[in-house]
Design a protein around this ligand. Structure first.
Ligand SMILES: [Zn+2]
Length: 278
């Protein structure tokens, strides 16, 4: 009896160690940053939470940061920003996109027009933004010679998702409206709406003509990233009552990364089904 108990305890301990290592490796991978120097004014930081950009004016005085990452990646990003005037745009209020806001004292923070309750339900104690863009509204900023469009696309991945378009560079920053080569993350508490998400992707395809697309998570891409995400959602939605087709789609998307327990093929199916039932 004693022996059985000690074997069981050893197996449990071994499993615990294995799980810890796997979680650590996954977290470590999630927190790693890849830097892309697009041009002297534009640096792109992939990973470390949500993808980010830093766009600095030619005279070095002003920097626009889109999404501030989280944890140690947020601190790494902070070190890269030298300008005195800082504008932060948060595509949405999830912790992996707003986690570094507090590191930029005196920065001007802009997001979609969340209510304070919606914001704090997702962003915790991170202060409410200084300025919000109304639903379906647009704000235009000049950062040096670049014209930057901030568009509030409405309820999709969260209650109020912002996308950013750099007009001269023809670069679209989608926030988490696009997860490239990954199953998307859903969050009821954040106001996520699969139907809203599909129509938001439609309007991105209709209203912008980018040569480069930066998703919220995943590698740099082009218009393909938007159409791929739309195809993913609409094909799963249209196959909900067709087991054979769902099986086919499950195979089609096996190369997509999952972030258990937050995302995966079955979670997408479950989420869209739940939304259909209301
Ligand atoms: Zn998100």
């Amino acid at each position: 009896m004693k022996r059985t108990l000690s074997i069981a305890l050893s197996v449990f301990a071994a499993l615990l160690i294995i799980c810890t290592v796997f979680i650590y490796i996954g977290y470590d991978k999630f927190m790693a940053i890849e830097t892309v120097e697009h041009d002297p004014q534009l640096e792109i930081f992939l990973g470390g939470g949500g993808n980010s950009i830093v766009l600095t004016s030619e005279d070095g005085s002003t920097a626009l940061i889109v999404d501030t990452k989280m944890g140690r990646a947020a601190k790494e990003l902070r070190k890269k920003v030298k300008a005195a005037n800082i504008i932060i745009v948060n595509t949405h209020a999830h912790p992996d996109h707003i986690g570094g806001n507090a590191l930029y004292k005196g920065a001007h923070v802009i997001s979609g027009a969340y209510t304070a309750d919606q914001w704090h339900a997702m962003a915790g104690k991170t202060p409410f933004p200084d300025e919000t863009v109304p639903e379906n509204g647009e704000k235009v900023l000049k950062i040096g010679s670049e014209t930057v469009h901030l568009r509030n696309i409405g309820r999709a991945h969260t209650w109020q998702d912002l996308v950013v378009y750099l007009e001269n560079r023809k670069m679209l920053i989608t926030g988490d409206l696009v997860f490239l080569n990954m199953h998307p993350v859903f969050n009821n508490a954040g106001g996520c709406s699969a139907e809203g998400w599909i129509s938001a992707l439609d309007s991105l395809s209709r209203d912008f003509d980018p040569v480069m697309v930066m998703p919220g998570h995943g590698p740099l891409s082009d218009k393909y990233a938007v159409t791929e995400m739309k195809e993913y959602f609409s094909s799963i939605r249209d196959a909900l009552d067709d087991k054979k087709q769902l099986q086919y789609l499950r195979k089609k998307y096996t190369h997509y990364r999952s972030l258990p327990p937050m995302s995966g093929f079955d979670m997408t199916v479950k989420y869209i089904k739940g939304e259909r039932k209301g």
